[in-house]
Design a protein around this ligand. Structure first.
Ligand code: KIV
Length: 273
């Protein structure tokens, strides 16, 4: 067990995350979209697994997160849930399943919780989705907010550049964070904003703030698993730390296998019946 772990728990809940913020223990969060990798990530002891709609990019090869459907999110989430023993599993509500219609938001959230077994959902946006957040929360479904760069609105932004550098946008983000806390969200993801603003948000609200490009003064960090493992190679934002170079490693291993098959080296005497 890591020396950095202060809160001991068999199963991470939203309350565990609040307690971690209170004692100043940083929260680790990573994405996963399938059974096998979720099993490894959970065994390593990550606190939160996000079944992110980034599955649209890294699993399905879409350019944006917009095309992924509710049924596809449920498929990914139910595979993850089967593997996980300790982490809290948060599932993204996909684009079009909650914006502008709080009844639809509730029915999408309930479908995810019933059919995937996930523990909480995440929604992108601030005041414009307040009604949807409130209705989902009223059904007892834990909600995580997501502010700053919200990829489901990429065609509104027109760019993946750092958000909230200007004063008016930063002020609105602070108001939205306060609203998310007041409404009853259990946490907030802050994506690609100035570190100083990330610090202000983490100080402003009592709920955990998890950054991805939100600086080092927030309550935890999240990365896309395929990015930090170096499976994706064409995406290198400043906030990304790569811990492995799996694209090259896997390519090398597959290359060796091909060579062994072609040369007749595989299978050898011990590898056959
Ligand atoms: O879908 C996702 O992976 C996310 C993270 C970028 C936080 O929302």
């Amino acid at each position: 067990m890591s020396v950095h772990r202060k809160i001991q728990t068999k199963r991470v809940t939203t309350n565990t995350l609040l307690a971690m913020k209170e004692v100043g223990e940083k929260i680790s969060m990573l994405t996963a979209y399938d059974y096998s990798l979720a099993k490894i990530v959970d065994a390593a002891g990550v606190d939160v697994i996000l079944v992110g709609d980034s599955a649209s990019n890294v699993m399905a090869g879409h350019e944006t997160t917009l095309p992924i459907t509710l049924d596809q999110m449920i498929y990914h989430a139910s595979s993850v849930v089967k593997a996980v023993k300790r982490a809290l599993v948060v599932v993204d509500l996909p684009f079009g399943s909650y914006q502008g219609d709080s009844k639809k938001a509730l029915s999408s959230a309930v479908q995810i919780m019933k059919e995937s077994g996930g523990h909480a959902i995440k929604m992108e946006g601030g005041k414009e989705i307040k009604d949807s957040i409130e209705r989902v929360l009223s059904a007892g479904v834990p909600v995580m907010g997501h502010l700053g760069l919200t990829p489901q609105s990429i065609y509104k932004f027109g760019t993946y550049a750092v958000r909230a550098k200007k004063r008016d946008e930063a002020e609105q983000l602070l108001k939205d964070a306060k609203m998310l806390e007041k409404t009853g969200c259990f946490g907030i993801v802050l994506e690609k904003i100035p570190a100083e603003l990330g610090k202000k948000v983490a100080e402003l609200v009592s709920i955990p703030v998890i950054g991805i490009g939100g600086g080092g003064h927030v309550d935890g960090q999240v990365l896309v698993l395929h990015d930090m493992l170096g499976i994706t190679v064409d995406f290198s934002p400043r906030f990304l730390r790569r811990y492995l170079n799996l694209f090259e490693d896997i390519k090398g291993a597959v290359g060796s296998y091909i060579e062994d098959v072609k040369s007749g080296d595989f299978p050898n005497e011990k590898e056959q019946y």
